[in-house]
Design a binder for this molecule. Structure first.
Ligand SMILES: O=C(O)CCC(=O)C(=O)O
Length: 290
């Protein structure tokens, strides 16, 4: 398992980069079993100091960077916004994402070691969820390459994986999904799987989990989950990867309960199409001033 390599630092000091002297098992070690290919859950991908540093930098972002969506959830885009026709209008990543600690490069290197197609992320979407806030089941869509990595900060959440209802042999109950494209599809009422996502973890969704499934987070203030054959609440599928014995034991014994705090996620993704040229040149998957 990845191991935190340093002790507490004052919040004003930039933390030593995690991973410089610790070695990670490769990606395959973290594959979530029992669900379609492929999700990978890496516990403690960053240290508590790095988590605090990133939260501070996100909070210090200029106020206009924050957008608020219908449910009140706040979000920020770094690396540029997508045009209506799905082309990224690139902007430089801020230093706190590509300088120290170099989170973008660390995730890219980790994934490159194990994947034939090393990612080169060019957009980071930051979501902030107050307790009770979530995000409806959705696909991230074809404008991005089918591999996204999400770093979680601050609090746990439960991420649900949803599947489309079969048009060949539909199994009720089903519910219609609201879609803004021309062909709304129907998703099964019950999620296919639930993942417990803890702070400082990295969750990678790829392949068919990206291209033909949806993901969402129910807006709850408290979660009760389990990992045995029977138990209270939803059954989570990544208990063996959580890396926290106490939580693992509680899950296997029938129930783990926790109130949600404020959870911030950073989703690293690669837009397929970008506007080329201009005042910036490509740098490590993001953009840096030329
Ligand atoms: O916060 C997360 O873990 C997921 C975010 C997400 O799915 C999105 O913004 O599209």
């Amino acid at each position: 398992m990845p191991i935190a390599i340093h002790d507490d630092l004052p919040s004003t000091v930039e933390p030593e980069a995690q991973g410089s002297s610790s070695s990670f098992p490769d990606l395959e070690h973290f594959r979530v079993q029992g669900i379609p290919p492929a999700a990978y859950y890496v516990p403690e991908f960053i240290t508590e100091d790095e988590e605090e540093f990133l939260l501070r930098k996100i909070e210090e972002s200029p106020q206009p960077k924050w957008k608020t969506v219908g449910t009140g959830r706040r979000l920020q885009y770094w690396g540029g916004n997508m045009s209506k026709n799905g082309v990224l209008l690139p902007e430089p990543f801020p230093d706190w994402l590509i300088g120290f600690p170099n989170i973008v490069e660390r995730i890219e290197h980790f994934l490159a070691d194990s994947s034939a197609t090393a990612p080169s992320f060019n957009q980071v979407l930051i979501n902030e969820y107050q307790p009770g806030q979530g995000i409806s089941p959705h696909e991230d869509g074809p404008a991005f390459k089918p591999l996204v990595a999400t770093l979680s900060l601050g609090s746990h959440i439960v991420l649900d994986i949803h599947h489309y209802a079969s048009t060949v042999s539909p199994s009720p109950p089903m519910t219609a999904t609201i879609s803004d494209d021309a062909t709304p599809r129907v998703i099964a009422a019950s999620p296919l799987a639930h993942l417990l996502v803890m702070p400082r973890s990295l969750l990678v969704l790829s392949s068919s989990l990206y291209t033909s499934h949806l993901h969402g987070i129910r807006g709850k203030e408290k979660d009760e989950v389990h990992a045995g054959e029977e138990g209270k609440g939803d059954r989570i599928v990544n208990a063996e990867l959580l890396g926290q014995a106490e939580i693992g034991d509680a899950l296997r014994e029938g129930s783990w309960t926790a109130e949600r705090g404020v959870r911030t996620s950073l989703t690293f993704r690669t837009a397929e199409k970008t506007v080329k040229g201009g005042a910036f040149s490509l740098h490590r998957g993001g953009m840096k001033k030329a």
